[in-house]
Design a protein. Structure first.
Length: 440
């Protein structure tokens, strides 16, 4: 394990989330996501996948929580397959499907690796904006918490008196709501190119031609068949990708929060507290929640997309598909999205409610969604009260998959239209949130 090579890539990007309700800006909390990948240097296009992944735009439905470690080198991993290195994965030409036992073994070792690399501590350090040129000058701040909520004035005033009970309690209340919804998604991609499959097809067709020539005489029927097969196969390019995504959650509760704030947190340089934080190798951990796998295939006539363009599209779409399925299965990982508007026809009849979710988030006609009203109590804690249930309108589901607008040449209408199911306890208004309904 000590030889595990992590490729360091530093990214800092923060998104502030707002919903507009009754002309009042209301904060809503989004899940924080740290994205990682398993790099296979032995693959023909492994380095291309690595470059594409590390430059993909941030997922807009999450707060980007990427840290300095983003890529795990498969060749340096041990402990999964006995004496062999690397994770379980299917090779070219296989079914691309892992067994449940293989995925579980991968997940166990991944969890161990992430905790050995102190990913939990790295995530906490980013939440509290740990910075400084040395231990003597290092300190935390509430900057990222302030940017991701609407509590900047309250926090700044309360924290003016360092370590006051009021200041700590306000900051702790805010941060607990956010930090407990911090996740890591590790994706492992296995793919086969259209050309690799075409080579198999060409060999098959060529062999078939020899059989035909051996049976029929007087014409080169087999040669024509083989040449035609080669021309067809050579005119296409693309990939078939199996993406295995493993979801982990930062373990954060009142006990861990209390220890952090009362032993480590400092907004001014305090070497003793910072050193204690850095030396604590047991408090900040991540836990495995589940895995999801998806196959995505895209084949195009050569010339429409570059190889890199196709690979970028398939990489993002396959990861998006896994995220949508993981959200459906794991309640804490589900996203909340504000309603953009309420739509009526020219006669004033209600048509539905539009929200910026679609196929990328796994929206289908068979799924239902809760409508949530944001309520902030006197202590600053955000709660979400359910007021209604809605479902997508047939043929009105937004195709917001990566590059879908360019690929499908559609009109660019954004958002999915939803209809009310049953009655609402309150009037549904723009800025209220929707979240996929829990399935039994």
């Amino acid at each position: 394990m000590k030889k595990i090579l992590y490729i360091l890539i530093s990214t800092l990007f923060v998104v502030t989330s707002w919903a507009q309700t009754n002309n009042v800006n209301t904060p809503y909390y989004r899940n924080a996501l740290t994205s990682m990948m398993i790099y296979h240097p032995e693959d023909e296009f492994g380095y291309d996948v690595y470059k594409i992944f590390t430059h993909l735009p941030a997922l807009e439905k999450f707060d980007n929580h990427d840290v300095d470690l983003r890529v795990i080198n498969n060749d340096a991993v041990t402990g999964v397959k006995g004496k062999d290195q690397g994770f379980h994965r299917q090779d070219y030409g296989g079914s691309l499907v892992l067994t449940s036992a293989e995925k579980q073994k991968n997940a166990v070792v991944l969890e161990k690796l992430l905790n050995e690399a102190q990913m939990g501590k790295r995530m906490v350090a980013k939440w509290f904006d740990l910075q400084g040129n040395s231990i003597d000058s290092a300190s935390f701040s509430s900057r990222i918490l302030e940017e991701r909520t609407n509590y900047n004035v309250t926090v700044s005033e309360a924290m003016m008196a360092r370590y006051t009970t009021e200041g700590i309690n306000v900051l702790q209340t805010i941060s607990n709501d956010l930090i407990e919804h911090s996740f890591i998604l590790v994706s492992d991609m296995t793919y086969i190119t259209a050309e690799q499959r075409a080579d198999v097809a060409k060999k098959f067709l060529s062999g078939l031609g020899e059989v035909i020539d051996g049976v029929f005489t007087g014409a080169n029927v087999g040669d024509h068949l083989a040449l035609a097969g080669e021309e067809i196969a050579d005119s296409f390019t693309g990939f078939k990708v199996m993406t295995h995504s493993y979801l982990f959650q930062l373990i954060w509760n009142d006990s861990i929060s209390n220890i952090f704030y009362h032993k480590y947190y400092t907004q001014t340089p305090n070497p003793e507290r910072i050193r204690a934080f850095l030396n604590d190798k047991s408090l900040f951990k991540v836990k495995y929640l589940g895995a999801e796998s998806s196959v995505y295939e895209k084949t195009q006539k050569k010339g429409k997309y570059s190889r890199t363009g196709l690979l970028e599209m398939i990489t993002r779409r396959s990861i998006d598909k896994n995220i949508a399925e993981l959200q459906s299965k794991h309640e804490p990982f589900k996203i909340k999205t504000p309603i953009m508007g309420v739509e009526y026809n020219n006669k004033g009849k209600l048509l539905g409610y539009r929200a910026l979710v679609g196929q990328k988030e796994g929206v289908t006609e068979g799924r239902k969604y809760e409508v949530l009203e944001t309520v902030i109590n006197a202590k600053g804690k955000v709660n979400y009260n359910r007021i209604a249930t809605i479902k997508p309108v047939n043929n009105q589901i937004w195709d917001n998959r990566f590059n879908a607008l360019m690929e499908n040449n559609v009109d660019g209408t954004e958002g999915t239209l939803f209809n009310l199911v049953g009655a609402a306890s309150k009037q549904i208004q723009p800025g209220m949130l929707i979240r996929e309904q829990k399935t039994n």
